[in-house]
Design a binder for this molecule. Structure first.
Ligand code: NAD
Length: 279
C-alpha cells in the first residue's frame, strides 16, 4: 500500500522534542523522509532547559524505526548559512524538499531575566528571524522542483490574543514572544502571496498551550503557583474543558496542511486552541 506522503521530504526545525518530534513522526508515519535540526544546547537568558543531543538522537531513532530516512544536524535557526547548508545537504541525500515546518522556539516569558531587553531580542531572533531564515533557506528548492509544496509556520494564540493582563505578567519576554508570533502570521501571508503562483501554500498554526517541555517546567510552574494573580491565569484557557492540547493535535493539523486534502488552503491561520479564542 502506498502511504499518502511517500516520496515526499519534510524540513523541520526544533525537531528534537515536543511538537517538532511529533511532526517528524506524524509525517514519517505518512511516508515522508525528514530533514531535521535542533539547537540542543542552552541559550543564555532562557530560564528552562532546551533540548539535548540525546533528544535529537531519539527523534532520529523513532523516524528510522518507521522505515523512513532522516538527515539531521545540530544547529541554530538564527544562522541562515547553516539552514541553507542543511537544505542543500538534505536535498542532495533525500532528493527533494516538499514541506517545511518552522517550529523551533523559545519562550522567555517568566523568571528573573524575562524583563531584560535580552528576552525581547531572543524572542524576535529565534521566533521571527528564525522562521524567516527557515523559509528563505528552503523555498527556492521547492520552487525549482516545480510541483508545489506546503510551508507551515508555527505561531501561537499569543499572536491573536493578548497574554499580558496585569503588571505581574508584564515582561520584555512576554511582549517579545507575542510580537514575534504575530510577525510570523504576517510572514506567512507575504510568503503565501509570493509563492501561490508556484502552488506552494504557506499557513500558520496558532496553538494554545501545548503539553511540551516549553510549558511543563519549573519556570512556568513557579509563575503559576507563586507569582500569578487570579487575572493572570485567565490567558489562553480553552472553552472545551481541557488544560492544554497535545503535540499530536498540532502534528495532525500539520499533516493535513501537507496533504493534498488542503490543496487550496493558503495564507490562513489555523487556531488549534480548544476554543480559547471564544473566551
Ligand atoms: N508549548 C506551547 O504551549 C506552545 C504554544 C503555542 C506555540 N508554541 C510554539 O510551538 C513551537 C514548538 O515548541 P514546543 O512546545 O515543542 O517546545 P519545546 O521547547 O519542547 O521545543 C522547542 C524546540 O526548539 C529548539 N530550539 C530552541 N531554540 C532554537 C534555535 N535557536 N535553533 C534551533 N532549535 C532551537 C529547542 O531545543 C526545542 O527542542 C515553538 O515555536 C513554540 O513557540 C508552543
Amino acid at each position: 500500500m502506498t502511504l499518502p506522503l511517500e516520496g515526499k521530504v519534510a524540513y523541520i526545525t526544533g525537531v528534537a522534542r515536543g511538537q517538532g518530534r511529533a511532526h517528524a513522526i506524524r509525517l514519517a508515519e505518512a511516508g515522508a523522509d525528514i530533514i531535521g535540526m535542533d539547537l540542543c544546547r542552552h541559550i543564555d537568558g532562557i530560564e528552562y532547559t532546551l533540548a539535548e543531543p540525546a533528544d535529537l538522537e531519539q527523534t532520529v531513532k523513532e523516524v528510522e524505526a518507521l522505515g523512513r530516512r532522516m538527515v539531521w544536524e545540530q544547529g541554530d535557526v538564527r544562522d541562515p548559512d547553516f539552514l541553507a547548508h542543511l537544505a542543500q545537504r538534505g536535498k542532495d541525500e533525500l532528493g527533494r524538499i516538499d514541506f517545511v515546518i518552522a517550529n523551533a522556539g523559545v519562550m522567555p516569558l517568566y523568571g528573573p531575566r524575562s524583563n531584560e531587553r535580552l528576552a525581547w531580542n531572543l524572542a524576535l531572533d529565534v521566533l521571527l528571524t528564525g522562521a524567516m531564515n527557515t523559509v528563505e533557506a528552503t523555498y527556492p528548492h521547492i520552487v525549482e522542483q516545480g510541483d508545489g509544496g506546503s510551508i507551515i509556520l508555527i505561531s501561537s494564540m499569543a499572536a491573536v490574543q493578548p497574554m499580558m493582563r496585569t503588571e505581574i505578567g508584564h515582561s520584555m519576554g512576554n511582549i517579545g514572544y507575542a510580537a514575534a508570533k504575530a510577525g510570523v502570521v504576517n510572514l506567512a501571508a507575504n510568503y503565501a502571496s509570493l509563492l501561490a503562483g508556484d502552488r506552494i501554500r504557506v499557513n500558520t498554526i496558532c496553538p494554545t498551550g501545548v503539553h511540551t517541555p516549553m510549558v511543563d517546567n519549573d519556570m512556568v510552574k513557579h509563575f503559576y503557583d507563586n507569582v500569578a494573580g487570579p487575572e493572570d491565569v485567565k490567558v489562553l484557557v480553552p472553552a472545551i474543558p481541557i488544560d492544554m492540547v497535545e503535540s499530536i493535535d498540532i502534528a495532525n493539523a500539520a499533516y493535513w496542511l501537507c496533504s493534498d486534502d488542503s490543496r487550496y488552503f493558503t495564507g490562513s491561520t489555523m487556531r488549534i486552541d480548544g476554543g480559547a479564542f471564544l473566551r
